[in-house]
Design a protein around this ligand. Sequence first.
Ligand SMILES: CSC[C@@H](O)[C@@H](O)C(=O)COP(=O)(O)O
Length: 359
Amino acid sequence: MAEADNHRQPDDPPVQFRALEWVPQPAHLRLLDQRELPRRETYLQITEVDALVAAIVTLAVRGAPALGAAGALGVVVALEQAEREGWDESRLRAEIDRIRDARPTAVNLAWGVDEALGRRADGREAVLAAALQIVADDEAANRELSRVGADWLLARTGRERLRIVTHCNTGALATTAWGTAYGIIHELYTRGAVDLVYADETRPLLQGARLTSWELTRDGIEHVVQADGAAASTILRGLADAAIIGADRIAANADTANKIGSVALALACARAGIPFVVAAPSSTVDLRTPSGAQIRIEERDGAEVVTFDGAAIAPPGTRGFNPAFDVTPADLIAAVVTEHGVVEPARDPDPRIMERIAG
Ligand SMILES: CSC[C@@H](O)[C@@H](O)C(=O)COP(=O)(O)O
């Protein structure tokens, strides 16, 4: 792994890395293996559906927008494997369904698969072009929503410099590039408007402690990692000016599914009177889901909770309870930001409010 540089300046060009990339020759999907970060920077070469599904399920690739791109490029992987191995149509469809269903909460995954699959009649090159368009569009959306979100936060708080709580990882690792909530933080940083970032560690898989702090360190943004259990207290003690999170699925009424622990931040922000902001590209908005009550929450293996870094931390036989996401009700959300603008669900209880910024 390259040495982290803690001395970057706001004007320095952003550090380039990609969570995922299509490599044409020999054709494969290249994934930065996020299970290994920050210890090692290693890449997976994906040429088979089994390997892609395993990478998604074990969070080698993760984050809703990155999953959307992985799903779309996964259709190309499946088409190529089908040709190599002589699959019939029903086998091909079943394998593509395995990719689509590998994780249920992030709407981007099924969306990405279906967008790419929709071009199948036009051939493999058209499917690949659709998938690469998703990659390009995601970066553009993230950059735009970051500007919009930074403007909104500075106007709403009236502050020149912000102390920000964030949860899970929403940076370039979780997207095709740049990031969502992290993108807003980076945008504020380039404007000289970040005082301190509190990155929640994000139990049980530590996306905050391992991944967000890796990105913040590379970008030279002042930060601390705090235990998830510290976040509400940080907010109630007046140590933060806002919380910004990403999303895995935003229902039509703005109820938002995101990494487990997000709703606790929203409750604390409401009590403290500081803004709780959700940032996502419009591909994460699911207008077919009316409210959070209809969002399926991924339940992961309890072993992830009762172990730490591979070692047991509870008595043998202890079962873990491991919902990967929670749903924050719209009335606790000060702002949802997409590349198409901002809505303010806490002030505006419109049951179809997300139609305004879904594109
Ligand atoms: C821009 S990423 C938005 C969300 O996908 C992110 O906050 C999150 O909850 C990711 O969960 P993960 O389980 O790591 O895929």
